[in-house]
Ligand binder design. Structure first.
Ligand SMILES: Cc1ncc(COP(=O)(O)O)c(C=O)c1O
Length: 322
């Protein structure tokens, strides 16, 4: 099996991110609940995508790319973080975004600060967005530029390595704290974070199940299975990917990126209990799903559970809490 360190990584993040016990949340739910602060990855407002981009942009650099293109919704945290990381590397970023949702404020302010080239496509389908990206890339190649394509969320096996790496980081921190995690819970939007974390948990966190909370209605069990297989192949690992490794719950509310009363209540609850901010699109809904599972007896009484805060604070300034 290859080691994560065998893959080029640009070390863009400030890692390891903190991991500690949430004393007030633990008291409220009568469980041992910890948080992994991947909202503090050290670029822009932090977030999970920095870990993926460390590997993806290393690949882009190795291929001589000078322009990076990615896709997302108008408030995409991934697109904004791609722009932030690209700026730092002296690369141009073109963000091709679906013209649906909040087109100003929040991450759009940050995209402008980073000087990203933002293009909107009036569609509901990523097929149209990707077709537009192909057109843009053809034009760039004709000008002698070298574009690098990153799909929505950076959810390809190379990006998933960022979260295999995170699982290793968690294993080291758990050892230092003297904790053995029974479960790790994370938000799932395009599947890469969950897939990397789940395969990484299998490698480095024995006995720890990985629970993903889907914030849109994509078939995440299948998506994660395929991404985990791709990650296993990349690592040339003999450790198999099994359907039983995958535990997906959903917390979508009225729809993707539409704030839900439960998600917004979770935003307020975590802020007031622990002083930590989460966003209403990803982490807030994942937290609402996590709280629901805690209340429903999904986790055993003596279990040590880790919630991964994947960031997204920029969206707090683009949507109204309900
Ligand atoms: C803040 C935040 N949390 C979680 C996710 C989900 O990660 P993934 O797309 O890897 O499933 C995303 C991105 O989509 C995100 O921006």
């Amino acid at each position: 099996m290859k080691q994560i360190t065998d893959f080029p990584n640009l070390a863009l993040g400030v890692l390891p991110t903190p991991l500690y016990r949430l004393d007030n949340v633990s008291r409220e739910f009568g469980k041992n609940i910890y948080i992994k602060r991947d909202d503090m990855t050290g670029v822009a407002l932090g977030g999970n995508k920095v870990r993926k981009l460390e590997f993806l942009l290393a690949d882009a650099k190795a291929k001589g790319a000078d322009v990076v293109l990615t896709a997302g919704g108008p408030q995409s945290n991934h697109a904004m973080l791609t722009a932030a990381c690209a700026s730092r590397l002296g690369m141009r970023a073109i963000l091709v975004l679906k013209k649906r949702g909040e087109l100003t404020g929040g991450n759009q302010v940050l995209n402008a600060i980073y000087g990203a080239d933002v293009r909107f496509v009036d569609t509901d389908s990523y097929d149209d967005v990707y077709a537009e990206m192909e057109r843009i890339m053809d034009g760039l190649r004709a000008e002698g530029r070298t574009p690098y394509f990153i799909p929505v969320g950076g959810s390809v096996p190379l990006g998933c390595l960022g979260y295999v790496n995170c699982a290793l980081e968690i294993a080291n921190q758990a050892e230092e704290l003297g904790v053995r995690f029974d479960a790790v819970v994370s938000a799932t939007g395009s599947g890469g974070t969950y897939a990397g974390l789940t395969y990484g948990a299998k490698l480095f966190l024995p006995g720890c199940r990985s629970v993903g909370i889907g914030v849109c209605d994509d078939p995440f069990a299948d998506i994660a299975f395929d991404l985990m297989q791709g990650t296993r192949e990349l690592l040339e690992s003999d450790v198999p990917v099994e359907r039983d490794d995958i535990h997906i719950e959903y917390e979508i509310g009225p729809g993707y990126a539409i704030p839900s009363p439960e998600g917004c209540a979770a935003v307020r609850r975590l802020a007031r209990l622990e002083g930590i901010l989460v966003d209403p699109v990803y982490t807030g809904k994942a937290l609402a799903g996590f709280f629901r599972l805690l209340e429903s007896g999904y986790f055993g009484d003596s279990e040590d559970i880790l919630f991964v805060h994947t960031g997204g604070a920029g969206a707090l300034f683009a949507v109204d809490l309900v």
